[in-house]
Design a protein around this ligand. Structure first.
Ligand code: ATP
Length: 457
């Protein structure tokens, strides 16, 4: 992994704009409500985007739940009893300090002033010129409000959850009394969260409606620091195993002045996006803050009661945005090169993250004997992995299309297939082509999908 000083700035071929353009062109991500002019920084996922984020989520679930015996799943409601958000501190404290400029009418996050762009020239940064007329910082609550029932009054006010974590804390008693769990154990949840961000932007990086993958790990208080380190390392391993470049990932511990109201220690896993090093995932030590707050506010004691012990567990929380994670995979995978005098854009995604694993391509789509071999092969493969069949256009164009959506393997059925029952297996990254028996293709690819995969440097 990168030492903090190792890479100052992103040096690869991707830009946020190029990745967003490819995502739109190839049906991964569209601006939402496009025909009405969109809705700033809100996105819809198309076919390949859906497959991609499903893969991200199922890899998270696989490592967090399926391959462990100490974490259980939960899916709580998006709109909770509003008292949850009072007790959690979000009604009072979930805010960003904001500064307005009376001259250019722009609004900036006080903690992002140094890197913000002023609306007027020649000033680049807010406050840089004598014309800039900045207000004091004011707190702006990031929660979206709504009303339950027909009357819009204070008593019916509710909130769209700004994080999934609180749904986990308020279910602590339900889970401990219904499941065979004992600290240290975790509750994991994937779901939508909503934040009225002041400065959304950079494609999927900061949006107002997003999915989070959060896991609250409840531990004996004396073990909290140790488990915090454990989860930081586990999460780093997850990102690297799925193909992020070690030189683009680093861990940064928060300074005392950065810590959230609930946290006694937080480390961010930062990723080198084309816009610079940014938070990809947070791993917080939330202490006993949340369970205590909800115990006090609800009157239901949230604590662990064992045979000879009774205590309020401390909580370690790895929290990752699905879109922010998908964007990191896309950015790291994006490559441009020239092959045989022609430019090629390719997404070198880890095969397990790639939306489509294999494309089945009859060399000549109108040639019935080739189709008769290709179709059954495709129908066999798609039972065990996401596969695509494409028989239209030149083979080169079909390969390029698969390269752009990140398909790691293509199987081509040609004259030789008809003669000897072999097909060409083309590798997206090396462009090597090998002949393999058609009959063995399914087992071979299923096996390759399980093999470790590393990005080319
Ligand atoms: P930031 O400082 O970038 O606003 P945060 O520290 O407020 O993020 P957390 O509350 O720790 O974020 O949320 C956990 C994770 O959820 C983040 O690491 C990020 O991956 C994701 N996330 C948070 N806010 C957004 C957002 N507006 N859009 C997309 N993902 C987000």
């Amino acid at each position: 992994m990168a030492a903090p000083e190792q890479l100052e700035a992103y040096e690869g071929p991707a830009t946020i704009e190029k990745v967003a353009a490819l995502c739109r062109r190839r049906g991964f991500v569209f601006p939402t409500s496009d025909i009405y002019g969109g809705l700033g920084s809100s996105f819809d996922f198309g076919h390949y985007g859906v497959l991609l984020i499903q893969n991200v989520k199922s890899e998270w679930q696989r490592s967090m739940i399926q391959e462990r015996d100490d974490v259980v799943a939960l899916d709580s409601a998006i709109i909770l009893n509003p008292q949850v958000w009072v007790a959690s501190g979000h009604v009072g404290g979930f805010s960003d300090p904001l500064i307005d400029c009376r001259t250019c009418k722009h609004r900036f996050r006080a903690d992002h002033l140094e890197t913000s762009q002023c609306g007027r020239r020649p000033s680049k940064r807010p406050g840089e010129t004598a014309d800039c007329d900045l207000t004091e910082a004011r707190d702006f609550n990031l929660m979206f409000e709504t009303f339950i029932g027909p009357v819009r009054e204070d008593a019916s006010r509710a909130y769209l959850r700004p994080e999934t974590a609180q749904g986990i804390f308020v279910n602590f008693k339900n889970v401990t009394s219904s499941m065979r769990v004992k600290p240290p154990f975790g509750i994991a949840q994937i779901g939508k969260s909503f934040r009225n961000e002041i400065t959304p932007g950079n494609f999927l990086f900061r949006v107002r409606e997003f999915e989070q993958m959060e896991m609250e790990f409840f531990v004996p208080p004396a073990e909290a620091a140790e488990w915090h380190t454990y989860w930081i390392n586990e999460r780093v391993r997850w990102h690297l195993d799925l193909g992020l470049r070690p030189s683009h990932l680093r861990v940064r511990a928060h300074g005392a002045d950065e810590l959230s109201h609930y946290s006694s220690a937080t480390s961010d896993l930062e990723f080198l996006y084309p816009i610079g090093w940014q938070e990809l995932e947070g791993v917080a030590n939330r202490g006993d803050y949340d369970l205590n707050q909800h115990s006090e506010a609800s009157g239901t004691k949230l604590e662990w009661i064992g045979h000879e012990e009774r205590y309020v567990p401390h909580v370690i929380e790895p929290a990752l945005g699905v879109g922010r994670s998908a964007l990191a995979f896309l950015v790291d995978a994006y490559d441009e090169e020239v092959v045989a005098d022609r430019p090629r854009t390719v997404l070198r995604l880890h095969p397990r993250i790639a939306p489509v694993k294999v494309a089945v391509l009859p060399l000549i789509g109108k040639e019935a004997p080739m189709v008769e071999k290709a179709r059954p092969l495709y129908e066999e493969l798609r039972k065990v992995m996401s596969a695509e069949y494409d028989d239209s256009g030149q083979i080169g164009k079909r390969y390029r299309r698969q390269d752009e959506i990140g398909t790691p393997w293509a199987l081509t059925i040609d004259e030789q297939t008809l003669a000897d029952g072999t097909v060409t297996l083309r590798d997206r990254d090396t462009l090597e082509q090998e002949r393999i028996p058609l009959d063995g293709a399914k087992a071979l690819l299923a096996d390759r999908l399980e093999q470790p995969w590393h990005p080319r440097s």
